[in-house]
Design a protein around this ligand. Structure first.
Ligand code: GUN
Ligand code: ZN
Length: 489
């Protein structure tokens, strides 16, 4: 199985996933539109030619259970039946298992069927354990899922890639050990499963906890799919946490409910006075003319817009990785909804995981909110500099004040960054663009750095020159650091 990462930003990456059976290489992050074999809101051929889809996902369980389609798809193959030349991923019926409590296939049978219909990536019948269940149930169902992954691994699957879904409900330690187990099988792609109930309830903080837990158990070279995530609002966040593949049933489901997707959230068609998009649908309609269409035509146009908005966001995310400003995009998206702010904070709480793969130098760091102070680039800068020794009389200066000559060493302090030797002052990330009105959090972060430096160098005598730092920051500076406040001078 070949998955190659080309570029990193945080834990987000641009990569290439080879799907040998479909004869294609897919650029990731990738959005896989969900194609319902019975109801095709947008023709799969058009997904490729008009929307640029390189990969889609359909349901082998539905095909297997369909008297109309089963023989046809066995004879002609899933690519031909759908009229799609890109990569085809198939799901197994596990979603139906979660919805209806039972399915009438097992892993062996559905893997064989997926092989027989020419699927590029097949899926065993994992058990999607919902959030918030008792731990005993999560453990028992995870054990069952793991047995099924091992069974799938033992089957003859030729060059079909096979998904290894990671379950564990809302228990991070179970997610992590499930991921470690999945990583140890010979399976190929690693979906984080049973996310739909969390996504539907906008529990993005917990989605990110599940993803970051799974990532801790997986090698960095493993492709990760966030099962059931199709809202463009959270693509940047999920990519920054390390997800490579998304599937969208949302484009069609929301359309059928007259809802219009944007990267900043969802709108009801009823309440829109303007269309904030210039896709082919929005360029040729206004909300009134869309509302005037009959049901089917309206739902098709909305589904097309929803797909355009979703693919546009994926391209924006890719460009952001290339430019090294994915976290700025995540931070922007985090402002769209309180639940997204939660997701972003959950991600920042795992800063050490982002930092492990984050490039040491990127484009200019843009500080755009108090949360920027907690970004992994700031954390790394603090960690790096805390290892440099200082001695003698040391001036830590937020700005120059004319007393520099009286000191053995002069370091600069630029909140949210910590004390930095002058020689490193013009290097990344100190070249950051900062507003002149910083949030208190930025000063607190800088004060942390001062405290750390004082702690590591008990022999040095430190003086901090600052301009009106808030008490919440000064309170963190050790008492033996002399303070000079330039405010009012
Ligand atoms: N579709 C949405 N969630 C899941 C999941 O957890 N497992 C599988 N196989 N399909 C899904
Ligand atoms: Zn549009």
């Amino acid at each position: 199985m070949v998955f190659e990462v080309r570029d990193w930003d945080g834990a987000g990456r641009l990569g290439e996933l080879e799907v040998p059976r479909s004869g294609v290489t897919v650029e990731t992050p990738a959005l896989m539109p969900v194609v319902n074999p019975h109801v095709q809101t947008v023709d799969p051929g058009r997904l490729e030619s008009e929307f640029g889809a390189e990969i889609l996902i359909t349901n082998a369980y539905v095909l297997h259970g369909s008297d109309d389609l089963r023989d046809d798809v066995l004879e002609r193959g899933v690519h031909d039946v759908l009229g799609f030349d890109g990569a085809v991923v198939t799901d197994s019926g596990s979603f139906q298992l979660a919805e209806y409590g039972d399915v009438d296939v097992d892993t062996q049978e559905i893997i064989q069927f997926q092989l027989d219909i020419g699927s590029g990536v097949g899926t065993p019948v994992d058990v999607p354990t919902p959030p918030d269940v008792p731990r005993e149930r999560a453990e028992a169902e995870l054990a069952e899922t793991q047995d099924r992954l091992e069974l799938a691994d033992s089957l003859e699957t030729g060059d079909m890639l096979v998904n290894a879904p990671i379950q564990g409900s809302t228990y991070s330690d179970l997610r992590e050990s499930a991921a470690r187990h999945a990583d140890g099988t010979g399976l190929d792609v690693f979906p984080v499963g049973a996310m739909v109930p969390l996504l539907n309830d906008y529990r993005y903080g917990e989605v990110i906890e599940a993803v970051t837990a799974a990532k801790r158990g997986l090698g960095t070279d493993r492709p990760v799919h966030l099962f059931g995530a199709g809202h463009p609002m959270m693509f940047a966040l999920a990519v920054a946490a390390g997800c490579d593949l998304f599937d969208s049933a949302a484009y069609a489901l929301y359309a059928r409910d007259d809802r219009y997707l944007t990267a900043r959230g969802t709108h009801r068609l009823d309440e829109l006075d303007y269309l904030p998009c210039s896709c082919p649908v929005c360029a040729t309609h206004d909300p009134g003319s869309l509302r005037a269409l009959d049901g089917e035509a309206r739902h098709e146009r909305l589904a097309e817009h929803n797909l355009h908005a979703s693919f546009a966001e994926i391209r924006r995310v890719k460009q952001a990785i290339r430019a090294g400003n994915l976290l700025e995009l995540v931070e922007e998206r985090a402002r769209s909804h309180p639940a997204m702010a939660d997701g972003y904070r959950a991600l920042l709480e795992r800063g050490e995981q982002l930092e492990a793969t984050d490039p040491a130098s990127k484009g200019t760091f843009f500080y755009v909110s108090g949360e920027s102070a907690d970004r992994p680039e700031v954390r790394r800068h603090h960690d790096r500099l805390s290892r440099l020794p200082v001695s003698g009389e040391v001036l830590l200066a937020e700005e120059l004040s004319g007393i520099e000559d009286e000191y053995d060493e002069v370091w600069r302090v630029v909140p949210p960054f910590g004390p930095t030797p002058s020689a490193l002052h013009e290097t990344y990330p100190m070249t950051a663009e900062l507003p002149s009105r910083l949030a208190d959090r930025a000063f607190e972060r800088a004060a942390d750095g001062v405290a750390r430096l004082a702690d590591e160098n008990p022999e040095a005598s430190l003086t901090l020159v600052h301009r009106g730092w808030p008490d919440s920051a000064l309170g963190q500076v050790p008492e033996d650091v002399e303070l000079i406040d330039l405010a009012g001078t």
